[in-house]
Design a protein around this ligand. Structure first.
Ligand code: DGL
Length: 360
């Protein structure tokens, strides 16, 4: 065989290309390494009989049994599980959020972790997803998943939801899209999604639409988030100390009074989220008290009890500029609470708080 004399630079370049191709091939072959963090909820729930699709006890099945109950996920990724909590998600506190976020951030820094799945109750899943979206600085997939029926029920949804969540977390195409929520074959942004129906498997809706779908272990993407998140966020769990500032929510309705707002402020709330009627509207019986509370330094944020794809327009129903109030834009009251608490770790200036609500 005739040996070809190659110049040193060309030989080095060819060697580099060969090594890169080999590494790429190895990476393409090596299964993704996915960590499943279990926190409880219905996906870990158990009912007395298969007919119990809505009557059951949440937070019973441990993470190793969850993983063992869906052996097919072992074909999608190399898996390991951790039991972070075992609680129903309506009982999450800000301390739970901080603890979970710290664990997710620590795992995301590890080279032997490619994606993270968090099994979670569906009641406050949307709040946890938004919080992690704001404070965990990673572009690796972090995917929250729950179920509307316990594993013991007929046509339980948890197994396929978990399979889909692992498929999404294991897929490099999921990177850089912020924290994701996988439910009922859909992939949602952790920022946008909320539980819109309390007793159906198609419970989770995003007012601006899902980002994509996951079908038979493959992801299909149709949108990407435009709001700041994860690596592009000014919030970082490593710089956040407990306790988070207390933020209260009060619901607007007919025959409204200012009692709840005053009580929340007296109880230590540093911001009040008004779950207003319509465009964040506020009863005339409530406005004077909130103006007084603002003068005492409490942030006032106008959200709306109306879901489904709108946003509260600044200075429309109330003179926000004059009152030095904030509008939650398209965030529902429970998500506004999360962002307001984080905003108050960085500022007490209402205009800066408003910037956070427009950018995140
Ligand atoms: N207790 C509710 C929770 O843990 C059950 C709802 C569910 O997980 O689907 O959020």
């Amino acid at each position: 065989m005739k040996l070809v004399n190659l110049s040193r630079p060309l030989a080095a370049a060819l060697l580099g290309l060969a090594l890169a191709a080999s590494a790429h091939a190895q990476q393409a072959q090596a299964p993704s390494q996915v960590v499943i963090l279990a926190t409880g909820g219905t996906i870990a729930g158990a009912g007395a009989s298969a007919a119990n699709s809505a009557t059951y006890q949440a937070a019973k099945v441990p993470v190793d049994k969850l993983i063992a109950s869906v052996p097919e996920i072992g074909q999608l990724a190399s898996l390991r599980g951790e039991q972070v909590f075992q609680i129903a998600s309506e009982s999450f506190t800000d301390e739970h959020l901080l603890t979970l976020a710290r664990r997710v951030a620590a795992l995301a820094k590890q080279n032997d972790v490619d994606g993270i799945v968090i099994t979670h109750g569906t009641d406050t899943l949307e709040e946890t997803a938004f919080f992690l979206n704001l404070v965990v600085p990673t572009d690796k997939p972090v995917v929250l998943v729950g179920s509307m029926r316990p594993s013991t029920a007929l046509s339980a949804d948890g197994a396929l939801n978990l399979y889909n969540a692992v498929a999404t977390a294991a897929d490099r195409a999921s990177r850089g899209k912020g924290v994701l929520v996988v439910m009922n074959d859909e992939i949602h942004s952790g920022r946008d999604v909320s539980k819109a129906v309390n007793i159906r498997t198609e419970a989770f809706k995003s007012p601006w639409g899902a980002l994509g779908m996951v079908v038979e272990g493959k992801t299909y993407w149709f949108r990407a988030p435009v709001k700041r998140h994860t690596v592009n966020s000014e919030f970082n769990i490593d710089a956040i100390r407990a306790p988070l500032p207390t933020v209260g929510i009060a619901y607007g309705s007919g025959n409204a009074s200012d009692v709840a707002y005053k009580a929340l402020a007296a109880g230590g709330a540093k911001a009040l989220i008004h779950a207003g009627t319509g465009n964040g509207s506020m009863s005339a019986q409530v406005v004077p008290a909130l103006r007084e509370l603002r003068a005492k330094g409490v942030q006032i944020v106008r959200s709306t009890r109306v879901g489904g794809g709108g946003f509260v327009l600044r200075n429309a129903e109330q003179p926000d500029d004059q009152y030095d109030w904030v509008v939650a834009h398209d965030l529902n009251p429970q998500k506004a609470r999360i962002l307001a608490a984080l905003a108050l770790t960085r500022t007490t200036d209402a205009r800066e708080v408003q910037r956070f609500f427009m950018e995140y």
